[in-house]
Design a protein around this ligand. Structure first.
Ligand code: KIV
Ligand code: ZN
Length: 506
């Protein structure tokens, strides 16, 4: 196969994926996701939108410093201050890409930008030229391309390639396209842009009609050689094309697509889990490739078929996507070295302080649980990473509840300035009482939008993992925590979300 037959997988979980309300990640969490994307062997990581906030700038910059084997990209509108911020944030990267964009559909040009086509064309060319001063690798996106006039797209793509763009991206920004039409648009670009052989055609599909994967694949069949996608299909509104679906379709149906990729598919499940944990966005059980039921055969006929010959009902194996049994790894006699080695094996890189705290918690857990599995360890470490430092922390919790008892919680918190705050409250259940006490102590006046509890592994002694979503003053944040005591996990998850709301506010 020639170079032309390789599809570049451009992951935008940390930019477009993180743009969905309540999914924000701090720079440390972003780095953890980027490390997993590196293990997954994606070609490019869009690490953020550097100009949009100091946190985004820092996230892009830290990833640019640490992840050396991948292209690191930052988004930038076609305006000088964005391109400058992207260039600065990406400076330490070994391979850096500036991804600049401007809208080209009539509706966006007229109502959002209030600019005519000729001006848009000038802006696009100027942006690409400026970006080229920072790097040789420049991607240009015609935002809302799927609803743009194809003739305008041909002109703009030709002009930006002449100006130095090395990738031209065709976004279906609002998930409007259908596969046959989107495929034809890509074919049209290939056939009508005279210098298109100097650039890679990329696609970026949103999922409003549930067609983002299908549209991306139609584009590949018609010559696109970069697909932009996100883990678990995270993203604005209905999300982006899901990496795991696109990658597994290209792999399972290689007979049809005839393209190569560099993805290590056995890392898909871990990537999915990590992103779900850190963003608080749970994966639906019937989600393709990574959902809890993706490889479960319930009906007798299916079970019988799979037992006789797996391929009767399985087009890919669970092992192929890293969807395996959680391995028993450690027990209460395991020492610090074994603990650190296992963390390394799982791909975590923690600072000394974080290792110390995680090890303390592991010892407590091993006492309670006897057998500690990979999934327990992962939950515990992700929990460490999730905690916002120097904010409210739970120091003491006592809850009384039962039949005929008014549920009451007594809580002691350490406040961000180091003071101990203590108080009690009742509620209509132990979790409600606990949350009322925390509200009293922190002065939090927001709303609990969602509360989900699930076990990390099986068995009565499993860790309970709680995910909550809170909103206050138009801001939504999630919190997550795991413990063998589900009330403690509930309290910590709630505090975690409050801390994130405070942090986001700043
Ligand atoms: O959806 C979109 O159009 C985008 C662009 C900025 C690429 O995210
Ligand atoms: Zn997008």
């Amino acid at each position: 196969m020639s170079k032309q037959d390789r599809v570049i997988i451009f992951d935008t979980t940390l930019r477009d994926g993180e743009q969905c309300p309540g999914a924000s990640l701090n720079p440390q969490q972003k780095l953890e996701v980027a490390r997993q994307l590196e293990r997954l062997n994606v070609d490019a990581i869009e690490a953020g939108f550097a100009v949009s906030s100091p946190g985004d700038f820092e996230g892009v910059n830290r990833i640019a410093k640490e992840i050396k084997g991948r292209i690191i990209a930052s988004l930038a509108r076609s305006v000088p201050k964005d391109i400058e911020a992207a260039g600065k944030a990406l400076k330490p990267a070994k391979r850096r890409r500036i991804h600049t964009f401007v809208a080209t559909s009539e509706i966006h040009m007229k109502y959002k930008l209030r600019k005519a086509e000729e001006e848009i064309l000038r802006i696009a060319v100027a942006a690409v030229k400026m970006a080229r001063k920072y790097t040789d690798d420049v991607e240009f996106s015609a935002e809302d391309a799927a609803r743009s006039r194809p003739e305008l797209l041909y002109r703009i793509y030709e002009a930006v390639i002449d100006a130095g763009a090395t990738t031209v991206n065709v976004p279906d920004t609002v998930g409007w396209a259908i596969p046959s039409q989107f495929g034809a648009l890509i074919r049209g670009i290939r056939e009508n842009v005279p210098n298109i052989h100097k650039a890679v055609i990329s696609v970026h599909c949103h999922n409003e009609l549930g067609l983002s994967t299908a549209n991306s694949l139609a584009a590949v069949l018609n010559g696109a050689r970069q697909v932009e996608c996100t883990i678990n299909g995270m993203g604005e509104r209905a999300g982006n094309a899901s990496l795991e679906e696109v990658v597994m379709a290209l792999k399972v149906r290689k007979d049809l697509f005839k393209v190569e990729m560099g993805i290590k598919t056995e890392e898909i499940y871990r990537a999915s889990r990590l992103v779900s944990k850190l963003t608080g966005f749970l994966v639906q059980p019937n989600k393709a490739v990574v959902g809890g039921n993706a490889f479960a055969h319930e009906s007798g006929i299916h079970q019988h078929g799979v037992l006789m010959f797996k391929k009767t009902y399985e087009i890919m194996t669970p092992q192929e996507v890293g969807w395996g049994e959680s391995k028993l790894v450690l027990g209460k006699h395991s020492g610090r070295h074994a603990f650190i080695a296992r963390l390394k094996g799982l791909g975590f890189k923690l600072g000394d302080q974080q290792i110390e705290e995680a090890f303390e918690r592991f010892k407590v857990l091993a006492d309670l649980k006897k057998e500690v599995f990979d999934d327990d360890l992962t939950a515990l470490v992700e929990d460490e990473i999730s905690q916002e430092r120097k904010r409210y922390s739970l120091e003491y919790l006592h809850v009384a509840s039962g039949t005929g008892v008014i549920p009451t919680a007594t809580i002691r918190l350490k406040s961000p300035d180091g003071k101990m705050l203590q108080g009690a409250a009742s509620g209509d259940g132990p979790v409600d009482a606990c949350y009322n006490a925390i509200d009293k102590l922190t002065g939090f006046k927001g709303k609990l939008n969602d509360y989900v509890i699930q076990s990390v592994t099986s068995g009565k002694d499993a860790l309970g993992e709680v995910t909550v979503k809170l909103s206050a003053k138009g801001q939504v944040e999630h919190g997550r925590a795991a413990s063998t005591d589900i009330i403690e996990a509930s309290g910590k998850a709630y505090l975690n979300a409050i801390n994130r709301l405070l942090y986001a506010k700043r």
